[in-house]
Ligand binder design. Structure first.
Ligand code: HEM
Length: 348
């Protein structure tokens, strides 16, 4: 009898921890943790500064994670969940999620935050803070916005759903437009957010079609560079930098000698260079090039190539909008103890 009372109490406690997720973006608040977990944003920022000092590419991974989390079931940390006996195929396993990274870093931050304020701060909020800070560091502070917080961590994560919701690099411009429209993002926002491809890497399998694309779609010298980079090196599917200025000097000198002056010592700078690259047909993905094939999108590519400051502001706004995508109406969520595991034990 005593055991069942204890069990009942535990079940009630867990039930109480499972809340209905905020359905409206407006319910999220800037400074949500001011009283609940003072200083949490500084804890996240400290970890991100430390991690990016070691490897700036981690910042690119975080910016992509924000997108891939928020486009599938809203920003609910569902992309962070590992496979388990109950759920063998979470979002992480979707083909479209190839190359996602920075999970360990987020888990490390979550542990530090749990130590400070147990059971208070969601993994989904930590992810948004982390991606915002990464974007800010990688842009020398040009990308910045206040994060509204108060998200709950979701309970559901499906590879199938991720595959259906996220755009694929083989899509046509119309498919990309339709994909973004489903989440209420227009053509301009599609172009703005694609500018994130000024940083990070892509696996050769993500741009196979580009390796044989005709000269009007891809600069032949750049195509030669990509073919060289993808030709094995003992690894069947290497990752190649998205921005030619982040390439190794020797490779650029060999294939694109005119570009050597643009190769940078510090990689992964988040800026409008993507638009210059796109107009010069030196971008990795088919989906990038596709933006040149539709009148409105092309107009915006030209606009952002010409105005770096405009892009910084508009990218900040669009990333903020992305970070507010809500969970499906009526979804339940909670605060996970670890970001990779649904810690609630109740059936839901
Ligand atoms: C418009 C549709 C988009 C498509 C089709 C697309 C596709 C891709 C693909 C295929 C990769 C490489 C994955 C790999 O092979 O490892 C990638 C990388 C990346 N994407 Fe996108 N993407 C899109 C939009 C976005 C948006 C909206 C963002 C963020 C706001 C973003 C941020 C990134 C970043 C930062 C990387 C590099 C990640 C890293 O280095 O770890 N992408 N994208």
């Amino acid at each position: 009898m005593r055991l069942s009372v204890a069990l009942l109490c535990a079940l009630v406690a867990i039930q109480a921890a499972l809340l209905v997720a905020p359905s409206e973006a407006g319910e999220l608040q800037v400074g949500y943790y001011d009283k609940k977990c003072r200083g949490v944003e500084n804890v996240v920022k400290w970890h991100i500064i430390k991690a990016l000092k070691v490897n700036r590419r981690t910042g690119a991974a975080l910016v992509r994670l924000l997108f891939h989390d928020c486009f599938v079931r809203g920003c609910d940390g569902s992309v962070l969940l590992d496979a388990s006996a109950e759920n063998p195929h979470p979002e992480k396993e979707a083909a479209v999620n190839i190359g996602l990274a920075a999970f360990d870093l987020l888990e490390e931050i979550k542990a530090a935050v749990e130590h400070r304020c147990p059971g208070v701060v969601s993994c989904s909020d930590i992810l948004i803070y982390a991606a915002r800070d990464a974007a800010s560091i990688l842009s020398n502070g040009n990308i910045h916005f206040d994060v509204s917080a108060g998200r709950l961590d979701g309970l559901v994560s499906s590879a199938h759903e991720a595959q259906q919701e996220l755009p694929d690099s083989t899509m046509t411009v119309q498919q990309l437009i339709d994909n973004f429209a489903r989440k209420d993002f227009d053509v301009e926002e599609l172009v703005i957010l694609s500018g994130a491809h000024s940083i990070g890497v892509g696996h050769c399998s993500s741009f196979t079609g580009r390796l044989a694309a005709p000269a009007q779609q891809i600069d032949p010298a750049y195509r030669g560079l990509l073919n060289y980079k993808c030709a094995g090196h003992g690894n069947g599917n290497p990752a190649v930098v998205n921005n030619v200025r982040d390439e190794d000097y020797e490779a650029v000198a060999k294939f694109m000698p005119g570009f050597t002056s643009r190769v940078r010592k510090i990689s992964d700078f988040l800026d409008n260079s993507y638009y210059h690259n796109n107009l010069a047909r030196i971008v990795t993905f088919n989906s990038d090039w596709q933006l040149l094939t539709q009148k409105e999108a092309l107009g915006h590519v030209r606009e952002y190539a010409e105005n770096a400051t405009l892009w910084d502001g508009d990218f900040s706004e669009s990333l903020l909008k992305l970070s507010k995508l809500p969970m499906p109406a009526g979804s339940k969520g909670g605060i996970r103890k670890k970001c990779s595991i649904v810690s609630h034990t109740l059936p839901y």
